[in-house]
Design a binder for this molecule. Structure first.
Ligand code: ADP
Ligand code: MG
Length: 322
């Protein structure tokens, strides 16, 4: 049996049993209503994933549910916000119960892990594409913006870079490497972890932050542009794991780390006076990150440095219209 639009919504998406305390009205009316707690800022972000552009046609509904949530949460993580609510606009070519059951079950499984409530959306027929909007809370007044990096700040990156790219490569090309490493890297591509708890900690003492969706060069470039600064990045300090250095060519893994993106790690800057706070968070295992360079003046520009020498590099990352 094929469900119509309203049956799809009620069978697959109107599923929350427990009412969340700030939610006045969720799915089922002309709009959702939320009460914003006192002294909180509401953070809002939207992302669209389109078949053929952001994911392959043969992606499983489980992986699609994960990826679409993770890439959206990553944007809130970069603002230091705690995600609370989400809306889902789904466009699909046909009403396929098996696909919808699998997609929605995984969608709710992930939302429950993060304690996020689905509060509305839209359901349409057409080529497969998913748009999520996430809504999160920031307690107090301190924000974590791209524009606040200052000359002299230290630049850091969480986790490792280039692993999502390696996973993407392995999904397309056969390569003889250890099966465990292969699985790990593919997992990093399909199931990137949004750095939410890290963002919430960083908001207290970092100056600027961005999530790395389009590649370090492009995303750090946004911080530099908004902050009117330059940067010196040391190539040999980039967090590239042995999984890459032992199994791939140097050209490949540096290229992936700098330009591919989709690692969804955070790149952030911290002033010298706040380094103690960061080191304390690292010591307490609240955040894992690596120092990769310094913010400089705008006049000095954006430089990649290897063995004390500036190297030539492309200034752009992924861009939908290039
Ligand atoms: P309207 O025609 O007023 O836009 P819809 O019929 O599109 O309303 O949606 C009815 C209700 O179902 C709304 O609360 C809407 O937010 C919700 N909704 C629609 N599609 C989805 C979806 N894919 N996931 C969650 N909620 C949805
Ligand atoms: Mg509608």
């Amino acid at each position: 049996m094929k469900y119509n639009e309203f049956e799809i919504i009620s069978h697959f998406f109107n599923k929350h049993k427990k009412k969340e305390k700030n939610l006045i009205k969720g799915i089922g009316d002309d709009s959702a209503l939320i009460k914003i707690p006192k002294n909180n800022i509401l953070a809002i972000s939207t992302d669209t994933l389109v078949e053929g552009t952001h994911f392959f046609k043969n992606i499983t509904p489980e992986n699609l549910a994960y990826k679409t949530i993770a890439v959206n949460l990553s944007d809130l993580a970069a603002m230091g916000a705690l995600p609370k609510w989400i809306t889902l606009s789904i466009t699909m070519p046909k009403s396929n119960n098996k696909w919808l059951k699998c997609f929605s079950e995984n969608f709710f499984k992930i939302l429950n892990q993060y304690k996020i409530t689905l509060i509305g959306g839209d359901t349409n027929c057409g080529p497969l594409s998913i748009t999520l909007s996430v809504y999160g809370l920031i307690q107090g007044k301190k924000t974590l913006l791209r524009k606040n990096a200052k000359e002299g700040d230290l630049i850091y990156v969480t986790g490792c870079l280039g692993e999502s790219a390696a996973g993407f490569f392995l999904l397309q090309k056969k390569k003889k490497i250890d099966i465990k490493i292969q699985k790990y890297l593919i997992q990093k591509h399909l199931n990137p972890i949004p750095r939410i708890s890290e963002g919430i900690i960083l908001r207290k003492f970092a100056n600027a932050a961005i999530d790395i969706s389009d590649g370090l060069v492009s995303d750090l470039g946004h911080i530099l542009e908004k902050s009117q600064c330059g940067a010196d990045i040391e190539l040999n300090k980039l967090p590239i794991s042995k999984k890459l250095t032992n199994n791939f060519k140097k050209n490949n893994y540096f290229d992936w780390a700098l330009y591919f993106g989709e690692d969804y790690e955070l790149c952030f800057t911290v002033s010298k006076k706040n380094i103690k706070k960061l080191n304390f968070a690292i010591k307490k295992h609240l955040i894992q990150c690596k120092h990769i360079g310094y913010i400089t003046s705008k006049e000095k520009g954006f430089n990649l440095i290897e063995n004390n020498k500036k190297i030539n590099f492309k200034k752009t990352g992924f861009n939908h219209f290039n």
